[in-house]
Design a protein around this ligand. Structure first.
Ligand code: VLZ
Length: 135
């Protein structure tokens, strides 16, 4: 039985998003705005297939993938790079590796109770986010 990520999740904390964005080369003006956002994750999961929407008042980011199947990711509206991206299961954790120009790029998701955790990595920076399940 796989973990169930389905639902709408509201951000409650966002540690070192600034460092993560700097590592991605996001410009100063964009970082100022992006830091203030409290995005929402809307996740639709059917078995190994995921549709993850990161929604905010400023910009949205959309990702669709099947666990275990590498795909070409274009980080449109973020740093606009191309990655070869692979998401795998580590027990109930979702582990993503984004191969490309940036070293050590990827993210990890997991759930504890009604909280969704996300660690975003790029180069030597780690951003830690927590989301709470919407009612
Ligand atoms: O999420 O890789 O859940 O794609 C920030 C949007 C989203 C706000 C960052 C606009 C991407 C920021 C997060 C403008 C610079 C991400 C994955 C894991 C799914």
């Amino acid at each position: 039985m796989l973990a169930d990520y389905n639902g709408t999740w509201n951000m409650v904390s966002n540690d070192n998003f600034e460092g993560y964005m700097q590592a991605l080369g996001i410009d100063f003006a964009t970082r100022i705005i992006a830091k203030m956002l409290k995005p929402q994750k809307v996740i639709e999961q059917k078995g190994d297939f995921f549709h993850v929407q990161t929604l905010s008042s400023f910009r949205n980011y959309n990702a669709e993938f099947t666990v275990g199947v590498e795909f070409n990711e274009e980080t449109k509206g973020l740093d606009n790079r191309k990655c070869k991206t692979l998401v795998t299961w580590d027990n109930d954790r979702l582990v993503c590796v984004q191969k490309g120009e940036k070293n050590n790029r990827g993210w990890i998701h997991w759930i504890e109770g009604d909280q969704l955790f996300l660690e975003l990595s790029c180069e030597d920076q780690v951003c830690k986010q927590v989301y709470k399940k919407a009612d």
